[in-house]
Design a protein around this ligand. Sequence first.
Ligand code: HEC
Ligand code: HEC
Length: 434
Amino acid sequence: MNTGSIEILAFGLVAIISGLFLLISLVGELAPNERHKWFLGIGLGAGIITFSLKVGLIALFSVYPGPILSMFPEQDYVRASSDTSPAADHILPARRVSYTWKALPNAAPYPPDNPPSDEKIALGKTLFFDKRLSADGTLACASCHEISIEKGGGDGLATSIGILGQLGPRNAPTVLNAAFQKVLFWDGRAGSLEEQALGPLVNPVEMGMPSLDSVVEQVRNIPEYQHAFREVFAIYPVVTIENIAKAIAAFERTLITPNSPYDRFVQGDSSALSDKQLRGMALFESTGCTLCHSGPNFSGASVFDGNTPYRIFPAFPNTEFETKYGLVEDRGVASTASKSDRGVWRIPSLRNVSRTAPYFHNGSVDSLEEAVRIMGHVQLNRTLSNSDIDDRSIQWSVNESQLRVSNNQALSDIEIKEIVAFLEALNGELPTPY
Ligand code: HEC
Ligand code: HEC
């Protein structure tokens, strides 16, 4: 407490004491049977007391504003009307709430019609690695989704290469923890792993099979599969496209990576994160990354989250990054709605993200640092600067005649490195080596 606040507090106390003193002396002056004077005295004294209490409270408030303010709910965020970005509503929270961090569960949820069993998972694994499921026998699911530290469940390429060396239009996202996502693909067009698995089999620039029937035909003709499918799916016909998808999906639900340093930290091991990673974790929240990359799977599109899985990207238009990395050429979900000139995409998970370069739907960005820099700038409107001059962002709300001040508006390279260090703490234990 500084000298100024001691003076204010002392003034408040003196005001209260002198109020009390005045009341007592007024009452003392009165004769016992002069009732009307009693009323006058009490009325006057009460007025003086209320006034002095007010003065006292004001003094208290100016000395301890924090504890007193915290007794009341915080204000809503309001976007200053000078901000014309249509994306603004998408990215600002309605209410400032403290973010609760959660660990990844040790098992993924599964739909009631596809409960896992050891045999089903083993069958799904065989299918996942089987190149005979592609038109020219050169590609399996695992060719583009390699379960290793180096590839992190993807293929390490900007965009994938399908049969006959054809270059696909999008980057292969990791299959690791895909089991926790409620919609799949960059544009979220598949509602389950079962539905998703059918896509690549017949995609001409992926496994290129002529039709789903031809996939069934191919599997039926392989004797080991006939036996395995009978074991797992008792009801005939056992080899169907639904059952192929169910087995692959059951296997994919085992491809989860709990026990990352972050998970251990959240579960109570306070030494699991380095100081730098902890600083990054705080920045991840304060910068606003958790608005979209939220929950145990670091994605608002996961089964843990009830909100919309989609967001505009890039949310703040016309940045240098947009042209440099071709971020608006493919518009994801928005491709069909011609109104928008910017893409709408499913929020990806950030688990194991340091293992899955290059980044974004078109794989145009090689370094995680650059990806974080882009996110801070195009999704959260942060400026990028290493200077330590006043970097508050100040907005004027014309309607409410109020100033909105955000601290630490600029992201520095050091802060970006801290966020990256935190993202590295999301690397979990890979599932049993394959
Ligand atoms: C030629 C490379 C290639 C092959 C082969 C391939 N994929 Fe993919 N996979 C991709 C690409 C590229 C995407 C993203 C496509 C998109 O979003 O439009 C993807 C997306 C996925 C996703 C969605 C992940 C997420 O986070 O949304 C899953 C799951 C997946 N593939 C599983 C499989 C399975 C199962 C197979 C085999 C049946 C398979 N893939 C075969 C390249 C491939
Ligand atoms: C408004 C929602 C939103 C916010 C806020 C946001 N992101 Fe993202 N993030 C997305 C979307 C959507 C994508 C997918 C973009 C695409 O199409 O490639 C993405 C992609 C990413 C990727 C690339 C993932 C990959 O596998 O290629 C990284 C890394 C990332 N975000 C990190 C961050 C960080 C760090 C922050 C905070 C500085 C942040 N994001 C803030 C929505 C958001």
